[in-house]
Write a protein that binds this ligand. Structure first.
Ligand SMILES: [Zn+2]
Ligand SMILES: [Zn+2]
Length: 270
């Protein structure tokens, strides 16, 4: 219920995603690219070929204080006009952010050309930090993705630029207005457990208990929180393709019964 493609910062094409999911015996997948539903149309047209159920999704960013909170929206309707307008706005802001990061990198002695970034991505509208990290590796400025984030791109580092600030309730409201299911992504990375109950009261509908960054105890903890706050349970590999291999498709699967509950909540037939 959480996969990225080349339409955002993943390295798998839509077909790669389905091939891989088929190989791993996954029965249903959601593609959840950052700030875009660019992969949804193709996914909808090829899913039947693979016999895999497809859920149109998105991953949005909100801010809580200085922390970036990711909200996955499941069962999003890409035809909704207001939703499309908001996405266009977010993409414009994303471009402005990239320009600022490139400038900061330059100030720190790493010269990155905007055109080079353009070559790294299929869809420049959704270029992000992971693309920049790959570019830094290519330019031998860093050895790997981790170093790129620790040295330059991560929160508080030399070339960090915060994303546009939607609050969590705003983000949740945007998903619900579209009749989608808002889910708190990778909550352990966030470390704001105490906020989950409040967000649930403000309309959040689910939480990712299963994620490659979660140890067994983390999953147990978020399952308990979900039960306490009456939230749906979601999860997935958060695959970005081969770039972060411990998150490849199939490494983390959501038990089917949890998926059925999400589906039911979205008003879909089981
Ligand atoms: Zn995320
Ligand atoms: Zn993600």
């Amino acid at each position: 219920m959480h996969i990225h493609t080349t339409k955002s910062d993943g390295t798998y094409s839509v077909r790669d995603v389905f091939e891989k999911a088929k190989k791993e015996g996954v029965e249903a997948i959601a593609i959840t690219d950052h700030d875009t539903v660019g992969a949804v149309e193709e996914a909808e047209s090829v899913c039947a070929e693979y016999g895999i159920e497809f859920i149109p999704g998105i991953e949005l960013s909100a801010m809580h204080g200085s922390k970036e909170v990711h909200i996955v929206g499941l069962y999003m309707d890409r035809h909704d006009k207001d939703f499309r307008e908001t996405l266009n706005y977010l993409q414009k802001k994303r471009m402005e952010r990239n320009e600022k990061i490139v400038k900061k990198l330059k100030d720190n002695g790493v010269s990155v050309d905007y055109d080079e970034l353009f070559e790294m991505t299929e869809n420049i509208n959704t270029a992000g930090r992971l693309h920049l990290a790959r570019l830094l590796i290519k330019k031998k400025a860093v050895a790997n993705i981790k170093e790129a984030f620790n040295k330059y791109l991560g929160e508080g580092k030399a070339a960090y630029v915060a994303k546009i600030k939607m609050t969590v309730p705003e983000c949740v409201a945007m998903v619900r207005k579209n009749k989608g299911i808002p889910v708190l992504a990778h909550p352990s990375k966030l470390g704001a457990d105490e906020m989950i109950e409040t967000w649930a009261k403000q309309g959040l509908m689910g939480v990712e208990a299963f994620h490659p960054d979660h140890r067994f105890e983390d999953s147990e903890k978020f399952l308990k929180i979900a039960e306490k706050c009456d939230l749906l349970v979601s999860g997935g590999s958060d695959s970005h393709g081969g770039a972060k291999d411990y998150t490849d498709i199939g490494t983390v699967k959501l038990p089917y019964s949890y998926f059925e509950k999400i589906k039911k909540a979205a008003g879909k037939k089981l």
